[in-house]
Structures are given as C-alpha cells and as structure tokens.
Design a protein around this ligand. Structure first.
Ligand code: IPD
Length: 254
C-alpha cells in the first residue's frame, strides 16, 4: 500500500492538473473571482473526499476544516496576471503537518510546468530534479521583489535600492508562488516580499527547502496566521543579503 504522504502527493499532482483545466476554461477578467472560487471549491471537496481527517485552508474561504495534516491552497496565485490574460499564474497546493510544510505542488497551466516536492525526497520540475542556483556574486544575481499595498511604497523602494545598489538586477513578475519556485529552479537568485500570506507561499516553502535554497522561517511566529515577510535566495547569497531592510534573514539548510 502507498504510504500516506505519497498518497497525498499523488493526489495533489492529479488535482492540480484537473483544477488547472477548470480555471482556464472560465476565461479572463470578469471571471477572475469566479475562477478562484470554482478551483478552491473543487480542491476543497476533492481533498475532503480523499482525506476526510485533514484540515483545509484556502485563500477564498479561509480555514474551513482542522486536522493534524492540513492543506493550504491558493486557487490562483498571480491573479493580476490572470485577470489580464497573461500566462504567469499558478495553482498552489501544500500539505503541512502543524507548521511543517511536507508537500508542495505548484502548477502553471499555460506554460505546462508543474513543480513538486515532498520533504526529504527532493524537488522536481515536470519530474526532473531541480536545484537552487550556485550564484555567489550579487553582481551576477537577479532578485524578484514582490509587492502589495499591504506595505508602503517607501519600504518597497528601500529594498529595491539596496538590491540595485549591490549590483543585482531586479524583477517583478506578479506571482509570489512562481517567483519563489524560480528561486528553487535556479532561474532567479532571490525572491523578497515584505508581507505575503501563507497560501501564497506554503507549497513553495516545501519546494525551496528540497531544492537547497536558503529560505526565511516564514512559519516561526505561530504559523504566521496573518502573513509574514518572506525571503528566499541561492545559498551562496544568503550572507550578502542577510540584512535587507524590513526582510527576514534567509537560512541555509542544516
Ligand atoms: C499575490 C501574488 C503577488 C504577491 C502578493 C500576493 P494573488 O497573490 O502572489 O505576486 O506580491 O503579495 O497577494 O492575489 O495573486 O493570489
């Protein structure tokens, strides 16, 4: 018999694929909220049927069920892109035990990429192993800085100024989950955001750890029920970028 976590990882991979179809069929702009809700309802019902004792939290409906294993999902991360017909958005599905991310699946349907990880068993892009970049020189580095109106423009600009001042390039892609995944794949050297919600990062936390990235302890303060700052980077840059203004430090694996 399949072990319980492998069963959950297989389910998350299958459901991410099916949910991707449901969301994109809905179309753009006017249907964003409806697509969000449709995907979240589908995932909630499917996971409740398969794992009735597991908890569930989604971006749209909040915490609807409790359990020692709990699913945290973002039905569409990168909503601003999705709403305008751009392809940088994804479905993010995580399974945590308490505050430890065990499984992460992030599916970006329009680019045909699915990234997955199970704690202790590596991280994969469409089945091929991934690893964070080996970059150690900030002048060779690309950092994505995520932004929302939950923090001021001045705070955001202070981070950008430090990153640019150190010789790195900047990017903003509009999906926190995919920005973090790009650090895990080695396409980016860092992702920083002053405040972000758990459902945006939960799956990526499992993936980043397995890909050998340095990542801040997002869940340290009681599981960050109201969100937290996030910072993840190539391990060779964790020291150089250890004091970015307003951001937590990224920790390398033990
Ligand atoms: C947002 C995206 C964005 C990040 C915001 C998030 P949503 O999530 O991840 O990139 O900067 O903090 O709220 O609304 O697209 O699910």
């Amino acid at each position: 018999m399949t072990d319980p976590l492998q069963h959950r990882l297989d389910a998350a991979l299958r459901l991410a694929g099916v949910a991707s179809g449901r969301g994109t069929l809905k179309g753009w702009q006017d249907w964003v909220t409806e697509a969000d809700q449709t995907i979240e309802r589908f995932l909630s019902a499917s996971l409740a049927a398969a794992f009735p004792d597991d908890g569930f939290q989604g971006e749209e409906g909040g915490v609807s069920r409790g359990g020692s294993l709990r699913w945290v999902i973002d039905p569409i991360d990168g909503t601003s892109n999705y709403a305008r017909g751009a392809n940088r958005f994804c479905i993010s599905i995580a399974c945590l035990e308490g505050n430890t991310p065990l499984i992460g699946v992030i599916a970006a349907p329009t680019v045909g990429e699915t990234v997955s990880a199970r704690r202790g068993q590596g991280a994969f892009l469409n089945g091929a192993a991934i690893r964070a970049a080996e970059t150690s020189d900030p002048r060779q580095a690309i950092m994505e800085v995520g932004w929302s109106r939950r923090r001021s423009a001045a705070e955001y600009l202070a981070v950008c100024e430090r990153v640019l001042g150190g010789g790195s390039s900047l990017r903003h892609g509009g999906s926190g989950a995919l920005g973090l995944v790009d650090v895990a794949i080695g396409r980016l050297d860092g992702y920083a955001e002053l405040h972000i919600n758990l459902w945006d990062v939960a799956a990526a936390l499992a993936i980043l750890r397995e890909a050998g990235a340095a990542v801040s302890d997002f869940l340290a303060a009681d599981g960050a029920p109201d969100g937290n700052g996030i910072f993840a980077c190539a391990p060779g840059l964790a020291e150089v970028w250890s004091d970015l203004p307003g951001l937590p430090r990224a920790l390398t694996a033990d």
